[in-house]
Design a protein around this ligand. Sequence first.
Ligand SMILES: C[S@@+](CC[C@H](N)C(=O)[O-])C[C@H]1O[C@@H](n2cnc3c(N)ncnc32)[C@H](O)[C@@H]1O
Length: 200
Amino acid sequence: MSSLTRIVPWSQQLIGEVLRPGVLAVDLTAGTGRDTLALARAVGAEGQVVAFDVQSAAIEQTSALLKSHGFAVHAWPAEQVLPVRAGVFLIQACHSAVGRVLQSPATAIMANLGYLPGGDPLLITRPASTLQAVQASLGLLAPGGRLAVTVYPAHPGGEEEGALVNTLFSHLPSDRWQVLSLRAANISRAPYLLVAERLI
Ligand SMILES: C[S@@+](CC[C@H](N)C(=O)[O-])C[C@H]1O[C@@H](n2cnc3c(N)ncnc32)[C@H](O)[C@@H]1O
């Protein structure tokens, strides 16, 4: 696939545009840690990054990747509210806990749905918990903040999952939200990106 239709770099670019040193950024699906690393680089040492994943393998990969790039990484329990504190915090739990764990406004939140590349395809994001996480994330965004969701309609349940997020985003009032849908128009069931920006 050419770079035009590769969705993940678009997601990182659109999220990177709103990030600056010192802010809070959230990765709802840590996976291999590549998105978490991009967030950590953008917010810098004074910023805070919080990354969720249900799988220990993903948390371990993310931790190793961040450490190899010089970031200190902390494990955080999903049962406790996370205060504003600089650093990278990894939470091994379902991302539907995001609204409970975080109570401070976030500048950027990303969710790259689906399963861990090279991992167990049964450990996949699910429509109901994804919708819960995305709804809570909209409520956490600071003015000017963005929430980017990458959807994989070819994965089992991916079509339904994307449709739920799309419906939610489509109904956001346009005086307070801008929503972008970015997808390859001529590739059937290609991954696509939905981005919501809170205006005020
Ligand atoms: C496509 S991968 C994420 C890719 C990742 N952002 C990266 O940079 O490599 C999707 C991840 O979502 C995780 N996941 C599945 N269900 C989840 C849930 N309910 N809450 C949090 N993470 C979940 C999977 O374990 C998998 O690691």
